[in-house]
Design a protein. Structure first.
Length: 278
């Protein structure tokens, strides 16, 4: 077998494996869409009906009447947007400090920071709840937004990895011209870091939009609840309204899809570039 034929065979096998993986990845979303368009008598039919016949859009009309979904979208958008902006700003400043500033025990502090990733989130639920209760934050959006204003470990790590790849000569030139560290961050680092900002913006927005436990624990007023919590009302101990549940789930992922489409180019570039830095 010639080298050309071998390379071509390897390429087609790679395409085949990736295509198969893509189908398996998309299948749950396609099944969710299919279920949302079925009439009730076909939801649990066996063998399953892959393509709904007839198409039933009643579920999409009913979800807006059965739960205050529009209010839920507004609440989720407020929490997600403010939390994302806050965590990007704070984490990028921390990443900039760990990447470009020189101070005692810098690398050791960064290792300690990374070590906190090994702490399971479930362990922090009770201490955090007690803290927020003592601060009289229960029933407000504060527990869901204010912690983001102090940054996050994951985002700080990504920013630090990306900033390390920016040449120090640019920073030295700015310092010679009399620029402060914050000016360097704002005028040099941020414009050169659009890929990593876009990548982490998509991820941070997605995590906050899909957050279920936080709003469930800290928000007591139903009018303040987010979309994931409202969707759970279609599922109870004794019955699950699968058609309504899937229709609401399809609608809930649209904002994430829109954000990803607008930032797709930077998202892919950011993942590739941060993955190459040591």
């Amino acid at each position: 077998m010639s080298i050309t034929t071998s390379n071509r065979l390897t390429k087609w096998v790679s395409y085949g494996v990736l295509s198969l993986g893509g189908i398996f990845t998309l299948f749950p979303f396609l099944w969710m869409l299919s279920t949302s368009l079925k009439e009730d008598q076909y939801l649990l039919q066996f063998p399953p009906q892959w393509i709904p016949n007839p198409l039933n859009f009643q579920n999409y009309r009913d979800i807006w009447e059965l739960i205050p979904l529009a209010q839920g979208f507004a609440n989720s958008a407020f929490i997600s947007i403010t939390g994302t902006i806050g965590v990007l700003f704070a984490s990028s400043l921390a990443g900039f400090a760990f990447a470009k500033l020189r101070f005692p025990f810098r690398d050791k502090l960064f290792v300690v920071l990374l070590a906190t990733l090994m702490i399971p989130g479930a362990i922090l639920l009770v201490p955090q709840f007690i803290l927020y209760r003592d601060l009289d934050w229960i029933g407000t959006y504060n527990p869901l937004i204010i912690p983001s204003l102090f940054g996050a470990v994951y985002e700080t790590f990504f920013f630090r990895q990306f900033f390390r790849g920016i040449p120090d000569d640019l920073i030295d030139s700015a310092k010679i011209d009399g620029a402060s560290w914050f000016t360097i961050y704002l005028r040099i680092i941020v414009p050169l870091s659009r890929p990593v900002f876009a990548t982490l913006a998509v991820l941070a927005f997605m995590w906050r939009w899909n957050d279920y436990m936080g709003p469930l624990i800290y928000l007591q007023d139903n009018n303040m609840q987010t979309v994931p919590v409202m969707i759970s009302t279609f599922q109870s101990q004794y019955i699950t309204q699968y058609g309504l549940l899937m229709a609401a789930s399809v609608v809930s992922i649209l904002p994430i899809l829109v954000v990803y489409i607008f930032m797709q180019r930077y998202f892919v570039e950011g993942i590739a570039m941060t993955g190459l830095k040591g």
